[in-house]
Design a protein around this ligand. Structure first.
Ligand SMILES: NC(=O)c1ccc[n+]([C@@H]2O[C@H](COP(=O)([O-])OP(=O)(O)OC[C@H]3O[C@@H](n4cnc5c(N)ncnc54)[C@H](O)[C@@H]3O)[C@@H](O)[C@H]2O)c1
Length: 334
């Protein structure tokens, strides 16, 4: 694909964004990343430095002047940035409000009148919260955000959808499943990645609420779905909400553990009930499949095999020393 369109990835140096950057560059897009590098994740930027269609702007999305610089000359915007996950938003409730809620709303309000084409807001299937295991949530299912993280996502979704007819861009909301897969900014605080690494290392893994379900999706598949939304006919995606993932990757924790046990049968695992995270949701992905023809290419077991091969080759030997790079635990200058 040849295009002169320049996509701004706000939060493009994170776990998902740094894979998406490479995918979109390979697809012929011009990519600008705007990121504050709050996990000392500079390497995710230097990785692409020098690519003729890549540029990086360091900055904070809550600072309007810095955002203005980042928006200069771009055609499309993908909003990925924020404090991501329940633990980090719980640990930093004020920053979380300032970034995930006030900051992102301010970003969205400032996008009008710039002649932008597409705006994609990356939301989460966590918005469904806690539902019966025999039900699957489609996009019309009642939202029940349980954490500060998901509450901010729901509030931003509502604000963005309310702008239909009042702004000059086409907005799309993608509710991402939980991510897995290799990335330049690898995260080992995400279920599939964490379980695989712990079991590979032979450490005792404590699983809370093994029967709770969630959908998962590989970071490469997320990159592909964003590319598809950027090029889809506008009447298919404009002011639409899509669950992003596939039913084949609706897994409960036990099934993930069993996949890894198939490879490391002696890995020690213990189970407990009533952990601090009650989320349980199976998700229906028929809308994205029927509208965009999107199906994940990678299964959870593909992700496990891929990660084990990297672990075996010593790619992740410094996870303990670089805890804040590999996990969303602590933010720079906090
Ligand atoms: N990882 C998942 O499993 C998952 C699941 C569903 C949805 N999502 C969504 O996908 C998006 C990306 O998630 P991720 O896993 O890549 O997260 P991440 O934490 O790896 O990346 C977030 C990026 O945002 C940047 N950032 C944070 N605050 C900023 C600010 N004020 N200004 C500029 N940049 C800032 C960080 O430096 C980081 O590079 C998020 O919106 C998240 O809610 C992720």
């Amino acid at each position: 694909m040849k295009t002169n369109r320049k996509v701004l990835l706000i939060g493009g140096a994170g776990y998902i964004g740094s894979v998406m950057t490479g995918y979109l560059l390979d697809r012929g897009w011009h990519v600008r990343c705007f990121d504050q590098l709050i996990y000392e994740n500079q390497v995710c930027v230097s990785f692409y430095w020098g690519h003729p269609h890549y540029d990086f702007i360091y900055g904070d999305l809550t600072v309007p002047l810095q955002l203005d610089v980042a928006l200069e000359g771009v055609d499309d915007v993908v909003i990925l940035a924020g404090l991501v996950g329940d633990p980090i938003t719980k640990k930093y409730p004020e920053s979380s409000q300032a970034i995930n809620f006030d900051g992102i709303l301010q970003v969205i309000r400032s996008l009008n009148g710039r002649g932008l084409n597409r705006v994609i807001f990356i939301s989460t299937c966590s918005n469904y919260g806690l539902i019966d295991s025999d039900t699957t949530a489609d996009e019309t299912f009642e939202l029940n955000p349980l954490s500060l993280y998901a509450k901010a996502k729901v509030a931003v979704e509502q604000e963005l959808l309310s702008l239909q007819g009042q702004v000059d861009f086409h907005a799309t909301i993608l509710r991402f499943a939980t991510a897995f897969g290799l990335s330049p900014r690898m995260r080992f605080d995400l279920t599939v990645n964490e379980f695989t690494r712990e079991m590979f290392l032979g450490r005792e893994l404590l699983i809370y609420d093994a029967e709770t379900w969630r959908p998962y999706c590989h970071v490469q598949d997320f990159s592909r779905v964003v590319d598809q939304v950027l090029v889809a006919p506008e009447d298919q995606v404009s002011f639409e909400v899509f669950n992003a993932g596939g039913e084949c990757n609706n897994f409960n924790k036990q099934a993930i553990v069993d996949e890894v046990l198939g490879l490391f049968p002696n890995a020690p695992v213990k189970y407990k009930e009533k952990g601090s995270d009650p989320r349980n949701y199976k998700v229906n992905f028929s809308k994205i499949r029927n509208t965009l023809g999107f199906e994940p290419k990678y299964t959870v077991s593909d992700g496990i095999v891929e990660l084990i091969s990297a672990l075996q080759q010593n790619v992740f030997s410094r996870v303990e020393e670089q805890r804040n790079f590999y996990h969303n635990y602590e933010i720079k200058n906090s």
